[in-house]
Ligand binder design. Structure first.
Ligand code: SAM
Length: 244
């Protein structure tokens, strides 16, 4: 082997920690055959989403940005009997490929894909009383991330987890002079969290088959919108301990 690389380490983890998965392989194959861009999360990242959803016992999941349904399948597999996942996608062709992939995975009874601009779909979800969600995965057009996060909070229960992908952008996140709309969108989003109340967040840089990027993970301490929860809110931390 030549110099070990991020890709080699991803392959090593995949070969030891991820089981062979013909359904996910078929999802990627069908997405490639339909000429969808290969911008889904990596297998290890998909499993991370799956483990996070299982760890918090998520019963209701919201995803913003479906593509061919790869991350959708990872997340929906974490749902218990009766759990639901709603995924928002702009492109009808992506949604059609995803629906086929999700049906092949046997998850169509749990997953609903809504086609349209997420910024239009999110207020409709709120008006319909959808949620509250236990986990939200934000992975769509990057300049709108702040708006998606604000809707995600509104639609989440206290104790929910919000995961945002592609925050680091090859390190350009730290470049205040960047003129890239995606970088500026992510900087605006991250900086909005500095003064946000009721939410505790951290950023994690990642390397691997998807290059150099990262996630932002936010824990919702207080809901800002809908009342109710699909499971009890976690007990309060002892007085005097702030999570931020
Ligand atoms: C990075 S891909 C999602 C990848 C997917 N989460 C996965 O890991 O398998 C982003 C998706 O967001 C969709 N998208 C872009 N702009 C959008 C918008 N305004 N509203 C909803 N979806 C949008 C794109 O069409 C694309 O399918």
């Amino acid at each position: 082997m030549t110099e070990p690389s991020w890709e080699h380490v991803d392959a090593y983890f995949e070969s030891h920690l991820l089981l062979p998965d013909p359904v996910l392989d078929a999802c990627l194959r069908a997405s490639a055959e339909a000429h969808l861009p290969s911008i889904q999360v990596s297998p290890s990242q998909g499993k991370l989403l799956h483990l996070l959803a299982r760890a918090i016992g998520a019963c209701r999941i919201l995803e913003v940005g479906t593509l061919g349904g790869y991350s959708t399948i990872w997340l929906a597999r974490a749902l218990p009997e009766g759990g639901r996942l709603i995924s928002l996608e702009l492109d009808p062709k992506h949604a059609e490929v995803a629906r086929t992939n999700i049906a092949r995975a046997g998850l169509d009874a749990r997953v609903e894909i809504r086609v349209g601009r997420a910024i239009d779909s999110l207020p409709k979800l709120a008006a319909q009383g959808a949620g509250p969600f236990d986990l939200v995965f934000v992975d769509a057009d990057k300049p709108s991330t702040r708006a998606y996060f604000e809707w995600a909070r509104r639609l989440s229960r206290p104790g929910a987890l919000i995961v945002v992908d592609n925050v680091v952008r090859k390190g350009e996140l730290a470049n205040a002079a960047s003129t890239d709309a995606n970088v500026r969108g992510m900087r605006e989003f991250v900086e909005s969290l500095a003064s946000a109340k009721g939410v505790s967040a951290t950023g994690i840089q990642t390397v691997g088959t998807k290059g150099y990027d990262g996630f932002l993970l936010a824990w919702v301490e207080e809901g800002v919108g809908q009342a109710g929860a699909s499971q009890p809110a976690p007990t309060k931390r002892p007085a005097g301990r702030r999570a931020r």
